[in-house]
Design a binder for this molecule. Structure first.
Ligand code: 15L
Length: 256
């Protein structure tokens, strides 16, 4: 096998399960790591279970890896103590593991909740200031900054994916702007893992939605050309009030 040697964390989670067969089909030599890791899905897939806050688990997971796709962690709003453990501490252990193992690049699953307090409909560039909508969004801001730190200080590349709503198909009006279809997710993640010389880069993880709010012009080096469009599902969506902020239901939630 000669494809890129990739470790995928969060491999038992919603996006991990979508990505595993697709990364293997594209030729990755894949190690899938996660708390809840099912059996291997393809010959040659290495599967590991364990807690990423444990350096021994990280050492096993990152052995031989060129790239880490970090999908692990809490993926919704949680109490701060939980977010700190799952999204801050575990990420720092992964970056330290990346240093120990000479990993060249981390693809970090960031989120639109880094900017969730902007008004719905406002057009954003990647260079616009962050406006997180809770503990979860804050942890993604911190994660993006950690990627920057490890690139500046230790030369590890990071591509931050500010993922919108990565689900099989849009289910509410907000998704007309925020949807990331699975074909586009696959293409985005593959490019983030394999396009050479990206350094530190942030990109919106969004499909080619007619009503998208986010402009990927500043991430042109990635060459990401989404093909899916939430508009194709517009007629199927329920008639419900539109959330006032881009973060949808996360924005009004009291997280203190
Ligand atoms: C996210 O970052 C979450 O992980 C996911 O559960 C959704 O809430 C998504 O954003 C979204 O904003 O739709």
């Amino acid at each position: 096998m000669s494809g890129p040697r990739i470790t995928l964390t969060g491999a038992g989670g919603a996006l991990g399960l979508v990505l595993r067969p697709r990364l293997i089909a594209r030729g990755a030599v894949l190690t899938s790591a996660g708390h809840r890791c099912p059996a291997p899905i393809a010959p040659g897939e290495r599967v590991l279970g364990g807690d990423l806050r444990d350096d021994l688990v990280v050492d096993q997971a990152l052995q031989g890896a060129e790239v880490v796709i970090h999908m692990a962690g809490s993926s919704v709003e949680k109490p701060l103590a939980t977010i700190i453990e799952n999204n801050l501490v575990a990420l720092q252990r992964v970056y330290e593991g990346a240093r120990r193992h000479g990993v060249k690049r981390v693809v970090f699953a960031s989120s639109n909740h880094t900017i969730g307090m902007y008004q719905a409909g406002e057009r954003l560039k990647l260079s616009d200031p962050v406006r997180p909508d809770g503990n979860y969004g804050l942890s993604k801001v911190w994660g993006e900054a950690m990627g920057r730190l490890y690139h500046d200080k230790f030369g590890i590349e990071t591509v931050c994916l500010r993922i919108g709503s990565a689900i099989a198909r849009p289910t509410e009006p907000r998704h007309l702007a925020t949807w990331l279809g699975y074909e586009d997710l696959e293409e985005l993640v593959w490019r983030a893992a394999t396009v050479p010389g990206l350094g530190f880069l942030t990109v919106w993880g969004v499909s080619a939605n007619k009503r998208a709010w986010w402009d990927n012009g500043e991430a042109a080096a990635l060459g990401y050309q989404p093909r899916q469009n939430a508009e194709d599902y517009a007629a199927t969506l329920p008639d419900m009030p539109v959330w006032p902020q881009q973060g949808g239901s996360f924005a009004p939630a009291d997280v203190t």
